[in-house]
Design a protein around this ligand. Structure first.
Ligand SMILES: *Cc1c(COP(=O)(O)O)cnc(C)c1O
Length: 404
């Protein structure tokens, strides 16, 4: 569609050097396909890191956003924003929780959650509140959220870290109990229902139920970071819902606006009244364009059955990968294929970062996280045929890498 444009190159000498970028610059997309500035086509199994829920150039989302841009992009939180109420009402209905604060990114949603937890403690007379966090967690790159993150690489060079965190391993209720034994300052337990950056590691459903019970017993907030695993990706609106529990605080972002920056913190009754005027705020949070993106994303997801699609195509993709890599799974060269719905991790017994470029060369966008885990988080509109295509490009490259 587009010829090579000599003015657009895949290099950015004036942009700060914060990412290890591939030498690719994307130009436009349609559904699960994207094209680079040279016209090369890719199948998108990354979805902008679990962001492009509806894929690219969605025929209903785009006109809705165009309509909104022509009316009002940004107003201001000095005034009521009716679209905030519309999106909040929807999120409350889907989550079984009660109130929502809007921001623009995942770290901001998590930052708000951490502030909620601290004020929850202070309101109870706890002067130095402490929050339980997890090994391999990822919660963002602000000073507080990188302190909550369980990855030394994210923290290196940015000390002193924020204090008040207690770190425990995932899926071990005895460790959680031991680490908090007799500590009156604990106010919250904060974790991803399925860790994303940490390598697609799911909290077991029993563990989620045990944490819920412990939080009830000890009057702690159960705070579930659904920034990556939420918004329908696993086949339910929120990944913790597979356990039949309801958290007290739930940060969202990534897929909520299908690419428009939207973040949210959803709170249940225990946390919904903690913030009062003056306690928290953000200029862009809840602006009309962002809210319209959220409202339309959810409306289209419901109309098009995208939860069901994520579950069905996700299962098809996982099973197809397992079949194509059965010998490697048997030998242990592929340690595990895990995840739920369209959040899939393929854990190899050796580092596999090189696959990202190799797949791109063959027209497939993926990511690798935690060194050894191929992460697939495609748009929730992906079809079974497209999933088969992912398998047919990815698996031969995996086999080749494992044999090298
Ligand atoms: C991506 C991510 C974040 C951070 O979101 P940003 O929008 O990049 O700030 C936080 N938590 C989880 C689980 C994430 O996957």
């Amino acid at each position: 569609m587009t010829a090579a444009n000599p003015l657009i190159e895949a290099s950015s000498p004036h942009v700060m050097n914060t990412y290890g970028r591939l030498p690719i610059a994307l130009s436009h997309g349609q559904g699960c396909r994207v094209w680079d500035v040279n016209g090369k086509e890719y199948l998108d199994a990354l979805g902008g890191i679990a962001v492009n829920t509806l894929g690219h150039n969605h025929p209903q989302l785009v006109p809705a956003l165009q309509d909104q841009i022509g009316k009002l992009i940004h107003s201001c939180n000095y005034y009521h924003v009716p679209l905030q109420e519309a999106l909040a009402k929807k999120l409350v209905e889907l989550s079984g929780m009660t109130n929502v604060f809007f921001c623009s990114t995942g770290l901001e949603a998590n930052e708000a959650a951490l502030k909620l937890a601290r004020k929850f403690g202070h309101d109870k007379g706890i002067e130095r509140p402490e929050i339980v966090v997890y090994e391999k967690a990822f919660h963002g790159r602000s000073i507080a959220t990188l302190s909550a993150t369980g990855n030394p690489k994210v923290q290196a060079g940015f000390g002193p870290l924020v204090e008040g965190f207690i770190r425990v391993p995932i899926n071990n209720i005895d460790s959680l109990k031991a680490a908090t034994e007799g500590n009156p300052n604990v106010v919250a337990v904060f974790f991803e229902a399925i860790q994303g950056e940490g390598g697609v590691n799911a909290m077991h459903l029993d563990y989620l139920r045990d944490v819920r019970a412990l939080c009830n017993e000890r009057d702690w907030l159960m705070m579930v970071d659904e920034v990556q695993c939420g918004m329908g990706r696993t086949g339910k609106w929120f990944a913790h819902q597979w356990a039949g529990v309801v958290p007290d605080v739930m940060p969202l972002a990534k897929g909520l606006g299908s690419g428009v920056p939207v973040g949210a913190v959803v709170a249940g009754p225990k946390a919904a009244q903690i913030f009062q005027p003056g306690n928290h705020g953000t200029t862009f949070g809840g602006n009309p364009l962002a809210m319209r993106a959220g409202v339309e994303t959810i409306r289209i997801m419901e109309a098009d059955g995208l939860l069901e699609n994520a579950a069905r195509v996700g299962a098809h993709l996982s099973q197809g990968l397992a079949a194509a890599l059965s010998a490697e799974l048997a030998s242990g060269a592929v340690r595990e294929i895990r995840g739920q719905g369209l959040m899939i991790g393929v854990d190899l017994a050796k580092p596999c970062g090189a696959l990202v470029q190799q797949c791109a060369d063959q027209g497939l966008l993926i990511s690798v996280t935690a060194d050894t885990v191929i992460r697939l988080v495609p748009p929730l509109i992906m079809t079974e045929d497209e999933a088969d295509e992912v398998i047919s490009i990815l698996c031969p490259l995996v086999k080749q890498l494992l044999q090298a």
